[in-house]
Design a protein around this ligand. Structure first.
Ligand SMILES: *Cc1c(COP(=O)(O)O)cnc(C)c1O
Length: 390
């Protein structure tokens, strides 16, 4: 069902998987693109397929799920109405009332709030936030009642990485679950399950969808975990993916390899330009020559993308002014679409719960699919306007 099929296994490389897993010409009158089964229900007269009701399973949603499972090297995958639905479902699969969880302090803000506030107040779950760069710090945070170690590698603001092999080996030896937010890398550039991680979560609202037109999420795991989450968290909380959303996601996935290649090439050019500027204290960009966790990057990731952040040698007001003066980069919080975006951010990576509203000392940039020289010229004029204003 949401599990990978034998016919999917003929496709081995990421490009082929993105293009063709889920195709079924014989089933759909030769249609080159599988249609949208925009159905809530499927009639039950004994002769029909395995589908009953779309909160449980839907053939269009399964096209996207099979592509994601194949890309992750997983037995199965599940799609959700958003990335947060996938993430909270993965966490709830492991935690129980009164248990303990270890989470990297650089995880996505709402994920940290889900643990630090929601799970604490509703289920008495304690969370220890760790930096996570050193595996020993994660091991030292583990208690007798720890049920889950939650990773995000690379993280999406300062791009901290964790050593997946070391963490998963330790967790397995203690019977502790492991979940990773793999959104930054996408399954094209990192396959955490092959390093022993139990669940790999994604928001598909970023690169996987790729066109800033859907909010969507997914997770990949073993058949056993997928079946459990499908029957419990997804069916009972009901944050299932809509068939039309799934169709758009599958369409986005077909071009993920070419888009990501371009985002990565342009991201590198913009990062190198920023590193050449005297106004810039530091550029955070996995894959760049100055990236502090180069060894982990080389071990786990096969490519980079268009997301980066940089610290400016100036005041929070000037950071806001810099972002406001950009003309091609639009001001927006998300990333992973075709368009370039900028947002003032605080690059303080002290582990802990979400701290919204901290004074910005830096900028997060998403480098889109525009011509890189257009983007660099836009940054150039923003630096110039910064100089004029001092
Ligand atoms: C955006 C984002 C999410 C949340 O995804 P939604 O689809 O918006 O719920 C989770 N993790 C990371 C790293 C993100 O950037």
């Amino acid at each position: 069902m949401a599990l990978i099929t034998n016919s999917d296994k003929q496709w081995q490389t990421p490009d082929d998987i993105c293009a063709h897993v889920g195709d079924d010409y014989a089933q759909h009158h030769g249609a080159i693109v599988p249609p949208i089964y925009q159905n809530s229900l499927f009639v039950q007269d004994g002769a029909n397929g395995p589908y009953t009701y779309s909160r449980e399973a839907n053939p269009t949603v399964e096209v996207a799920e099979r592509k994601i499972a194949a890309l992750e090297g997983a037995q199965g995958a599940l799609c959700f109405a958003s990335g947060m639905a996938a993430i909270s479902s993965a966490i709830l699969h492991f935690v129980r009332a009164g248990s303990h969880l270890v989470m990297v302090g650089t995880a996505y803000g709402p994920t940290r709030r889900f643990a630090a506030v929601y799970l604490k107040e509703r289920l008495g779950v304690e969370t220890t936030f760790v930096n996570g760069s050193c595996p020993q710090e994660i091991f030292d945070a583990v208690r007798e009642n720890t049920r889950l170690i939650y990773l995000e590698s690379p993280s999406s603001l300062v791009f901290h990485m964790q050593d997946l092999d070391a963490v998963s080996a330790f967790a397995h030896s203690r019977g502790i679950g492991t979940v990773i937010d793999n959104t930054y890398a996408t399954p094209l550039h990192q396959q955490p399950l092959l390093h022993g991680i139990d669940i790999s979560c994604h928001t598909a609202s970023k690169y996987m969808g790729g066109h800033s037109d859907i909010v969507a999420g997914a997770l990949a795991a073993s058949a056993e975990i997928v079946e459990s989450i499908r029957k419990n968290e997804r069916e009972l909380f009901g944050a299932c993916m809509d068939p039309h959303q799934a169709w758009l996601l599958a369409r986005g996935l077909r071009t993920l390899p070419v888009r990501l290649k371009r985002h990565g090439e342009s991201g590198k050019k913009v990062a190198a330009y920023l590193e050449s500027r005297a106004e810039v204290v530091r550029v955070n960009y996995p894959g760049s020559a100055t990236y502090p966790q180069k060894e982990l990057f080389a071990r786990y990731l096969t490519g980079t993308n268009g997301l980066l952040s940089f610290q400016l040698r100036t005041t929070p007001e000037q950071v806001r002014r810099f972002v406001a003066s950009l003309r091609v980069f639009q001001r927006g919080v998300s990333w992973g679409g075709f368009e370039s975006l900028a947002w003032p951010v605080s690059l303080d990576a002290t582990p802990g719960p979400e701290r919204p509203g901290a004074a910005p000392d830096g900028v997060r940039l998403h480098v889109g699919l525009e011509e890189p020289s257009t983007l660099i010229a836009d940054l150039e004029q923003a630096f110039a306007s910064l100089r004029e204003s001092v």
